[in-house]
Design a protein around this ligand. Structure first.
Ligand code: AMP
Ligand code: GLY
Length: 428
């Protein structure tokens, strides 16, 4: 397995920049294309202006550029069935797609499906009921007697906005009616009503070939916009890896009760899965529960997981595609990695784009992963999204890693920049 590969990576966020950085550092990567990428990924390979959900355009590019492997960053192309699209065509079939089949991506694509899957395989998760417009009345009376807070989840993909934690019955009934009324389009035509779990969340990642699995470094992400976890949810304000409270005992429970039954469940159900599984977990009184499955890596977790992964990523993906992950041993950097996200003023509400970003040349001792960035007509790097730059650092512990991330978070600048200064503090 020493042949070099021409790789196409789909996506445009911080996660994709971190994956691109890792792939481009491999001696086995002959050429890397990122579709569509961002201002940062162009330093790792060639950006190509293709929408990852436009499968015929991806197909055309793959054939014209003799691509050997397609790596899928975000969930949407997976949930829409990019893996199956490749399988269905003789000339594409031979090109591995790193990511699950459509049947596997449903783990993230349908929360109701994933709850049933967990029930079938006895995987610990919050108790729940599901409702549709046909059972709206029943749902309302169920909600009215539910303990508070109560969690409502739109069944389908809703760009990270489909989960609502309601503190009163009145709010719950209103949200429930709005969801079933089409607030999230088709995604909300089925609603999962779930028990609220109190605990600390953490993220676990595996790469699986459907039979074998390899556990990657775990991480904790910080979702709220405000310090001390106040304010609305975002796409992620920072991350830390490893997570100190995830000790040997916890790992054993996670592997035995969650990872193993998930992989064997997929296998028993004949679901083809060659890619990442992201387990969103919560520790409740020392016991792990699944909050959600995702069919991809996490963002901003990838920005700390990839730097800690010592294996060659091209070789890992190749083994993942061939079903030979069993022969791989994962090696990780023992140091702590932290990332701090610089976001646009106003985010996650309205914010402005096109702000010139300065200070990259003054960054010392951190890695910079781009998310919402672009290059303007004058050739300047500018903001193009809410989450703009992730500043990742290594340290012997959280304190020393965070110190570096914060120092460089200060140095990179753009109008309206905001970042949380308390990433990792709760873990000290
Ligand atoms: P998601 O959009 O599925 O990532 O969910 C967003 C967030 O909602 C999760 O990361 C949790 O913080 C929270 N959440 C979801 N389900 C529950 C639950 N059953 N109990 C407590 N918090 C939850
Ligand atoms: N960090 C959470 C996610 O990627 O969904």
């Amino acid at each position: 397995m020493s042949q070099q590969k021409r790789i196409l990576l789909l996506g445009s966020g911080g996660r994709e920049h971190a994956i691109a950085w890792k792939l481009s550092g491999s001696s086995r990567c002959e050429k890397l294309f990122i579709a569509p990428g961002n201002a940062g990924t162009s330093a790792c390979g060639e950006n190509v202006a293709i929408n990852p959900n436009d499968f015929p355009a991806v197909e055309k590019f793959v054939l014209e550029n003799r691509i050997d492997m397609v790596v899928v960053g975000p969930e949407e192309p997976l949930v829409r069935g990019i893996w199956d699209y490749f399988q269905e065509k003789e000339h594409l079939k031979v090109i591995p797609v790193i990511g699950p089949s459509k049947a596997g991506a449903v783990m993230e694509g349908s929360k109701a499906w994933s709850k049933l899957f967990m029930q079938r395989h006895d995987i610990p998760t919050a108790s729940y009921r599901e409702f549709t417009t046909d059972t709206l009345r029943e749902g309302i009376s169920y909600l009215k007697q539910h303990t508070l807070p109560v969690v409502l989840k739109a069944d389908g993909l809703a760009a990270g906005k489909g989960v609502i934690i309601c503190k009163s019955h009145k709010e719950a009934v209103k949200e429930f009616q709005e969801m079933l009324g089409g607030k999230f389009g088709d995604s909300g035509s089925r609603v999962v009503v779930e028990e609220f779990l109190t605990g600390i969340e953490f993220s676990v990642f595996v790469l699986t070939d459907g039979k074998n699995y390899k556990i990657l470094p775990e991480a904790k992400d910080y979702k709220r916009i405000g310090e001390k976890d106040k304010g609305p949810n975002t796409g992620g304000m920072g991350a830390v890896s490893p997570v100190p409270f995830v000790d040997e005992v916890m790992w054993q429970k996670v592997e035995e009760r969650i990872i193993r039954p998930t992989i064997s469940g997929l296998r028993k159900e004949k679901i083809i899965y060659n890619g990442f599984i992201f387990f969103g977990l919560i520790e409740v009184n020392g016991e792990p529960f699944v909050i959600e499955y995702n069919c991809r890596m996490g963002d901003p977790e990838t920005e700390v997981v990839m730097p800690r992964l010592k294996n060659d990523l091209v070789t890992l993906f190749e083994n993942c595609a061939k079903g030979t992950l069993g022969r791989v041993k994962i090696r990780t950097d023992k140091r702590t990695a932290t990332t701090v996200f610089l976001v646009s003023g106003g985010y996650p509400g309205d914010y402005q784009k096109g702000k010139v970003i300065s200070g990259f040349d003054q960054v010392k001792g951190s890695m910079v992963f781009h998310a919402g960035t672009a290059v303007n007509a004058a050739g300047e790097t500018v903001t193009s999204g809410g989450r703009v730059i992730a500043v990742t650092s290594f340290g012997k512990d959280i304190t020393s890693a965070i110190r570096k991330s914060k120092r460089n978070a200060k140095v990179i600048d753009f109008e309206g920049k905001y970042y949380r200064r308390d990433i990792g503090k709760d873990l000290l």
